[in-house]
Design a binder for this molecule. Structure first.
Ligand code: HEC
Length: 122
């Protein structure tokens, strides 16, 4: 193999590695809860809202199904970014700004960022 071909192979390998690095193959769930604190009553309200509005696509406890798994995603999105995503939706994810109250969305964020893991400990 010529030096040129070897260089080309190396380059292609690097490009492939960096492209797959862009895909979300991070184990978010292993990162657990964020260190935020929420009023304790938000977890049960958030869980009820989640089961009504989100579990059909994101699975029980955020395990994922049609939509991506949500456990540990508080480390992928800031509170504000995650809230905006839930309010506005994105691609095949519907927005919830008009169907949920702002208290329900507060509680939902508490549940998906921390509550998934609080419930695990019980
Ligand atoms: C009709 C199915 C559906 C429902 C209902 C739904 N989602 Fe989604 N959700 C999706 C899909 C599909 C995506 C991926 C969107 C994309 O590819 O941009 C997504 C993405 C997300 C993301 C970003 C995940 C990531 O890893 O980037 C969050 C957070 C999220 N949804 C939260 C919620 C919450 C909270 C609810 C309930 C209020 C909800 N979703 C209801 C389908 C749904």
């Amino acid at each position: 193999m010529s030096a040129r071909r070897i260089a080309l192979c190396l380059l292609l390998t690097l490009v492939c590695a960096s492209v797959s690095g862009c895909g979300d193959n991070i184990d978010w769930a292993a990162k657990g809860a964020t260190d935020e604190e929420y009023p304790v009553e938000y977890y049960s309200l958030g869980e009820a809202v989640y089961e009504d509005s989100c579990a059909s696509c994101h699975g029980a406890g955020g395990s994922g199904s049609f939509g991506p798994q949500l456990r540990g995603k508080g480390h992928k999105y800031s509170y504000e970014d995650q809230r905006t995503l839930i309010e506005r939706g994105r691609r095949s994810m519907p927005g919830f700004a008009s169907s949920l109250s702002s208290t329900e969305i507060d509680a939902l964020l508490a549940y998906i960022r921390v509550g998934f893991f609080v419930n695990d400990a019980e």
